[in-house]
Write a new protein. Structure first.
Length: 261
């Protein structure tokens, strides 16, 4: 599939750099965790080794106020321990056995280890906002991160200290924009998405198809990209790319990347 030309980001500033490669984009969801634990240095390295430019990840805060790369608020699923991430120090989290010799990395460590990668960072807790912003600023990584959160208050708190950074719509803003798009109301779509660069949504929600030609057309007219999560089968990837989505968030970056070249 031929690449489309670069779009004009809604946020401007540093977000221009984030979106400078032409779409469609493949976001390696928590890295490439086929043979590596998710959200670890190894998973990110494997994603980059197959050609991924974008790494999707999540952050919480450790008990000593460090931005830690982790999706869940507890260790139950990934390490079999019913302990909260924010009840452990960063040093303790690094020692947790996640498999394949991996522990939890800090965001600062990840940004430093992969200086050419672009990151889609989902703020999973209020406590993660300040240390995440600090890590981004200290790494000089504003131009290569996108800040996301379902919670708009949390997202905006980060953006206050990261002017011009790329960002995606919160759950509330996305819902408003989708509802307006379903009615064909471009002005309302633009209002709902003012100041954001992307809408990141599932293909379906409660059995209803969200990704339609009308939605894609109106989102494009509003100047935002549409990234669909989490898509792991090739036929669905092909269908969505043919419809014109700007990005695929996937656990299988190794399968998705060849479809965009």
């Amino acid at each position: 599939m031929p690449n489309r030309p670069p779009r004009e980001p809604a946020g401007g500033g540093e977000s221009d750099s984030y979106f400078s490669p032409p779409s469609p984009r493949v976001f390696a969801h928590r890295g490439l965790a086929v043979e590596a634990p998710e959200n670890t240095m190894l998973a990110f390295l494997k994603a980059l080794s197959v050609g991924a430019d974008y790494l999707e990840t999540d952050v919480h805060a450790s008990s000593d106020g460090v931005s830690v790369v982790a999706h869940d608020e507890t260790l139950s699923r990934v390490a079999g321990r019913p302990v909260r991430v924010d009840h452990l120090t960063m040093a303790e989290l690094r020692r947790v056995d996640l498999g394949e010799g991996q522990g939890f990395p800090s965001l600062a460590e990840v940004l430093d280890a992969f200086p050419e990668a672009r990151f889609n960072i989902d703020l999973k807790s209020d406590a993660a906002v300040e240390p995440t912003v600090d890590a981004i600023l200290e790494a000089g990584a504003v131009q290569r991160v996108l800040v996301a959160s379902f919670d708009d208050r949390r997202r905006l708190a980060a953006l206050e200290r990261l002017p011009g950074v790329a960002t995606s719509a919160s759950k509330r803003a996305s819902s408003r924009a989708i509802a307006a798009a379903q009615l064909g109301l471009l002005p309302a779509v633009r209002r709902a998405l003012r100041g954001v660069d992307a809408v990141q949504i599932p293909e379906k929600y409660k059995g209803v198809n969200l990704i339609t030609p009308r939605l894609l057309s109106l989102m494009k007219a509003a100047g935002v990209e549409v990234h669909v999560w989490t898509v792991n089968d090739v036929p669905t990837m092909q269908r969505l790319l043919a419809m014109g989505v700007d990005g695929i968030v996937t656990d299988r970056a190794d399968l998705a990347l060849p479809l965009t070249r």
